[in-house]
Design a protein around this ligand. Structure first.
Ligand SMILES: [Zn+2]
Length: 244
C-alpha cells in the first residue's frame, strides 16, 4: 500500500501524485482539484463567505472510514485492549475531512454530490502556499486487494500512520479519484477556502437562473464551463462558456 503515483506527461518518470511538479523535469503535476456541490444555502455560503464545511469523518458516506488493523495485539509486552483501539478510532473520526476530486467530469459524482446534475463543480488551484499543497492535501489510497491498512505497532502514533489510516478507502470508491484534507481539530465546522477558485463548471441540468446567481456572486474574472453530454459515448464533455 503505497503513495499513489503520477506519470509525468513530459519525461515519463513516475513521481508522488501529490507533487506539484515533476522532480525530474519540472513539468507541472496535478494543478487543480474539484469540489462537486448542490445548489443550496451551504454552497452559496461557500462562495459568499469563502469558507468550506469540514464534516466529521464519522458523518461521511463511508462507514469504513479510518479503519485499520494492528500487526499484533501486543505492545511492549502488554496486550492491547480491543475496546481501547475502537475508542481511539471513534475519537479520530471526530476530526474534519474535506474531500475533493482530481476530475470534473465523472457522471456518478455529478449524480451523488451535485443533486443529480442540477448543481455545480468548483475548481480550486493548487499552489505550494495554499492548503492544497502536498503537505496538507493528499490523494486517497485504494488498495488493489481491498485490505484495510495494517499498522506496525511500533509506529502506531506517528503522523504518517495516521495519514495512512485517514486516507485509505475501498477500491469501490476509486472512480472518485479523491484527495482530502484532514483537520487538526474536531470537524463539523467551517474553514477558510483551501485555495483560490479558478473556474466553475455548471451541471448539465443546472437551470439558467441558478447559473446567473453564481456568476453574480462570484463577480471576479474566473472561467465558466458546463458539462454537456457527449454524442457518441456515455461521458461528459466540459465545454467552455464565453466570458460574459
Ligand atoms: Zn517529468
Amino acid at each position: 500500500m503505497t503513495e499513489p503515483v503520477l506519470k509525468c506527461t513530459n519525461c515519463g518518470s513516475e513521481h508522488e501524485r501529490r507533487s506539484l511538479i515533476c522532480p525530474e523535469c519540472g513539468n507541472p503535476g496535478i494543478t487543480s482539484l474539484y469540489k462537486y456541490l448542490s445548489f443550496n444555502q451551504h454552497s452559496l455560503s461557500l462562495i459568499i463567505n469563502k469558507e468550506v464545511w469540514f464534516p466529521k469523518a464519522i458523518d461521511v458516506n463511508d462507514p469504513f472510514e479510518f479503519k485499520f488493523m494492528l500487526s499484533s495485539m501486543e505492545l511492549h509486552g502488554m496486550a492491547i485492549n480491543e475496546a481501547s483501539l475502537q475508542d481511539a478510532r471513534k475519537d479520530a473520526m471526530q476530526l474534519g475531512v474535506f474531500c475533493l476530486s482530481e476530475i470534473n467530469d465523472n457522471i456518478l459524482m455529478w449524480s451523488h454530490y451535485a443533486s443529480n446534475h442540477t448543481g455545480f463543480c468548483i475548481e480550486f488551484e493548487r499552489t505550494k502556499e495554499n492548503d492544497l499543497k502536498p503537505e496538507s492535501c493528499v490523494p486517497v489510497i485504494y488498495p488493489a486487494d481491498d485490505s484495510v491498512p495494517v499498522i506496525d505497532n511500533e509506529n502506531l502514533e506517528t503522523n504518517s500512520t495516521f495519514a495512512k489510516i485517514a486516507t485509505t478507502k475501498s477500491k469501490l470508491w476509486s472512480y472518485e479519484k479523491e484527495w482530502r484534507i484532514i483537520s487538526r481539530e474536531i470537524g463539523g465546522r467551517t474553514y477558510p477556502l483551501p485555495g483560490g477558485i479558478t473556474s466553475v463548471i455548471f451541471g448539465c441540468r443546472m437551470d439558467e437562473h441558478n447559473r446567473n446567481t453564481i456568476r453574480k456572486i462570484i463577480k471576479t474574472d474566473i472561467k465558466y464551463y458546463e458539462a454537456i453530454e457527449d454524442d457518441n459515448q456515455y461521458k461528459f464533455k466540459i465545454k467552455s462558456l464565453s466570458s460574459t
